[in-house]
Structures are given as structure tokens and as C-alpha cells.
Design a protein around this ligand. Structure first.
Ligand SMILES: *Cc1c(COP(=O)(O)O)cnc(C)c1O
Length: 403
């Protein structure tokens, strides 16, 4: 009998007990709005902002309603508006082009390389040709590009960088935390990311004016002096009457759930990467399958793993997915004609009128993705790798025999 895996690829860990206790305390006092404070309490949202700013080593931090809202707010605060072009990876998730569209701007997609990072030659080329002044860089699936070279290219081209760190909270490049290379870093605390408040987002920046604009945009009702990880009230003076209130605050309940998770984040990131390494080791050397080599400068968080079935026939990939699914292993495929769940690709974002990108198409056509929730044990991960290896092998051999 072949082994079958019975775990769930969408089951995250429960909220830790101290998070549950903190949530109950908020429910019991009822002050769920971040600015609804008693006496001289700071409030959970302001404390979370202070603690997260310290965690990534940033000056200012703003907690908001979602990762998508965080990116849109950073774009708007940088002055991106109707008809402007914004550079972004072709390989990313729908909320990234969605954030660009939400401010009326137009994404200019940049090709992805075989290591799943942004193609820096294509970036330099398109930065020059498009006249775009902002890059919304998505560290998609946790793969961090050569950030030193990227920042050089963007500086030369006069392009400012917003980092989408939805998959890189806790990661770094050459010791610099993800989100700390560009002018702003945006993070998500949605259930499938590295901290879980259901929905939520965080933005970090060292730029006082940008921070003040973002606080005002998020809907601060002129109560910005209740923030702790924000610039002093003077920074708001010249901006407060010119900045629209586009409500997207984080509430006290979510912040209360997140603060204990932040304290355990470094350990959880290490646990993810342990799981990643077990799956990677189990898959390495499988004929027909390529693992993604990770550069030494990158400290990544292995909350998901990607492999390539390069230049495989779509029917053979479908066969692998079906055979793995029959044994309990849920793989996602970025090459499917129709988007399934989170696997939509740039071709499906018709509102952005994307141009064809043959290099990216070739990568996505063979790109397989799998989540690694922390509810999986290391033994689970070894079993999952054995199942994938066997099923890829079976289809690969069948194909060789047919040829
Ligand atoms: C999840 C995600 C976001 C933000 O998503 P929200 O659901 O809006 O919090 C941004 N970028 C990527 C790549 C993501 O996967």
C-alpha cells in the first residue's frame, strides 16, 4: 500500500494562549477602536506598531486593515495616482496589481527569472522606457532577489521602491530585514502569512512625511498624536488638511492577537525553514524536477516551497497533480489556463492589459507550489516529499517509455 498523507494544507496553528487571553481582555473592556483609549493606556495597535518597528529596525510603523490596503496606502502616499505607471513583478499575487489599480495607476510587469525573482535586466530596461517612478516589488513566495543590485538600478533610474513582504516577514537579504531596503515595506497578517489576525497589514518606513501621510490616509480623525511609532505632531501640520481619510485602520482586537505572535515570530520562521529543508532534500535529484537554489545572502522563511517541472506537457503536469492529490498532497500549479485559488497569473489580470511575457510564461508553465503550514511535522514533510518524488517519477518514466 502506498503511503497517504492526511494533513491539511490550509490549517495553520491556533492562536497562542497569550493571544487568546489578550483578545478576551479586549472583548471584556469593549474598546475595540484603536483610538478608544482609557486614561493613559497606549492601546494594542500603537504598541504593536512600536514592537514591529523595533523587530524590523524601522523608525515608523502603521497597522492597517490588510496587506493590500498597506500597499495601496504606500503608493498613494508617494503620490502615485490616476494614469501613472508602476513597475511590478509579473510573478506575484492578485492583491499587488490590485493595489496599483486601486489608485488608478497601471502596472508595468517585469519578467521573472528561473530562480523566481524579478529579472533585473528587464527591470532596468522597463524603468528606462516606461518613465515609471515607483516599483512595487513583490518578494513573491519568499524569494528575495539581489537587493543590492536592485536598489542600484532603481537609484540610477530615479525609481522609488515599495516592498511587498507578504511572504518575507522575518526574512532578510545580506542581514538587512526584508522591507528595509526600499522607502516602505508592506506586510500582511492575513491567516496564510507569517502572523495571523484573519486580516491585517503593517507598513514600515523611515520617511517622516510619508509616515504622516499614511497615518492620515488610514483614517486617523486628527488623533495622530495617539500613535507611538509615528512622527511628532508637527509633521502632520502641513498635511492634515490636504490628505483624504480613506479608512483602513487596524482594530485593537487584531493588534492584541498579533503582539504575542510577534514575540514568537523568529522561532516560527525557523520552524518553517526546517520544514522547507526536509521537503527540499527529499525532492532534490528527482529526474525531471528542479528545486530552486537559494542564494547564501538570502535568509528566507520556508512557509511554502516551489519546484519546476520545466517544459513538461500540460497533461503530464495535470497527471502529477492528480496522482499527488489522490495521496493527500495538494499541489498548486501556476501554469493552468484558468486560475485556481491563489494561482492567478499576470495573464488573468485583464484590467491591467498585460503584454505577453514569453520568459515568464515558460517559468510559470512548469511552476508547482505547495504550502507548508506549521501544523506539519518534519516527518509529515518527509512523507510529502516521498509522495511527490514517486508520483513525478511515475509520470516521468511513463513519458520516457512513450517516446
Ligand atoms: C497575501 C498577499 C498580499 C496581501 O494580501 P492581503 O490579503 O491583502 O493581506 C500581498 N502580496 C502577496 C504576494 C500576497 O501573497
Amino acid at each position: 500500500m502506498a503511503d497517504i498523507f492526511t494533513g491539511s494544507f490550509t490549517q495553520q496553528e491556533p492562536i497562542p494562549d497569550d493571544g487568546v487571553d489578550a483578545a478576551l481582555a479586549v472583548l471584556r473592556h469593549g474598546r475595540l477602536h484603536r483610538y478608544n483609549l482609557a486614561g493613559d493606556e497606549a492601546g494594542e495597535a500603537a504598541l504593536l506598531e512600536e514592537e514591529f518597528a523595533a523587530f524590523v529596525g524601522g523608525k515608523y510603523c502603521l497597522a492597517v486593515a490588510s496587506g493590500g490596503y498597506a500597499m495601496a496606502t504606500a503608493l498613494r502616499a508617494l503620490g502615485v495616482g490616476h494614469g501613472d505607471s508602476v513597475l511590478s513583478n509579473a510573478f506575484t499575487l492578485a492583491p499587488v496589481p490590485g493595489a496599483i489599480a486601486s489608485v488608478g495607476a497601471v502596472p508595468i510587469f517585469v519578467e521573472v527569472k528561473r530562480d523566481l525573482t524579478i529579472d533585473l535586466d528587464d527591470l532596468r530596461d522597463k524603468a528606462g522606457r516606461s518613465g515609471a517612478k515607483v516599483l512595487l516589488l513583490s518578494h513573491m513566495r519568499g524569494h528575495v532577489c539581489d537587493m543590492d543590485r536592485l536598489m542600484d538600478i532603481c537609484k540610477t533610474a530615479g525609481v522609488r521602491v515599495i516592498e511587498d513582504c507578504a511572504h518575507t516577514m522575518g526574512a532578510s537579504w545580506r542581514g538587512v530585514p526584508s522591507g528595509r531596503h526600499g522607502v516602505a515595506g508592506c506586510y500582511s497578517t492575513q491567516t496564510y502569512k507569517h502572523m495571523n489576525s484573519g486580516e491585517g497589514g503593517l507598513i514600515v518606513t523611515d520617511d517622516a512625511e510619508l509616515a504622516a501621510r499614511m497615518v492620515l490616509l488610514s483614517g486617523s480623525y486628527m488623533l495622530y498624536d495617539r500613535h507611538h511609532a509615528a512622527p511628532p505632531p508637527e509633521a502632520f501640520e502641513g498635511l492634515k488638511l490636504d490628505t483624504p481619510n480613506i479608512s483602513g485602520r487596524m482594530d485593537t482586537l487584531r493588534a492584541a492577537i498579533l503582539r504575542p505572535q510577534l514575540r514568537g515570530l523568529a522561532d516560527r520562521c525557523a520552524a518553517w525553514t526546517d520544514r522547507y529543508r526536509v521537503v527540499e532534500a527529499g525532492l532534490r535529484g528527482t529526474p525531471g524536477l528542479a528545486v530552486i537554489e537559494r542564494p547564501e545572502e538570502e535568509r528566507f522563511v520556508g512557509s511554502s516551497i516551489q519546484v519546476l517541472l520545466e517544459d513538461w506537457a500540460p497533461d503530464d503536469i495535470r497527471a502529477v497533480l492528480a496522482r499527488c492529490r489522490a495521496r493527500g498532497v495538494e499541489l498548486k500549479w501556476f501554469g493552468a489556463e484558468e486560475p485556481a485559488a491563489f494561482t492567478s497569473t499576470y495573464r488573468h489580470w485583464r484590467y491591467a492589459a498585460p503584454e505577453p511575457m514569453p520568459k515568464t510564461d515558460r517559468i510559470l508553465a512548469g511552476l508547482i507550489d505547495m504550502r507548508l503550514p506549521l501544523t506539519f511535522s518534519l516527518e509529515d514533510c518527509a512523507l510529502i516529499a516521498r509522495i511527490i518524488r514517486a508520483e513525478v517519477g511515475a509520470v516521468w518514466q511513463g513519458r520516457a517509455a512513450a517516446e
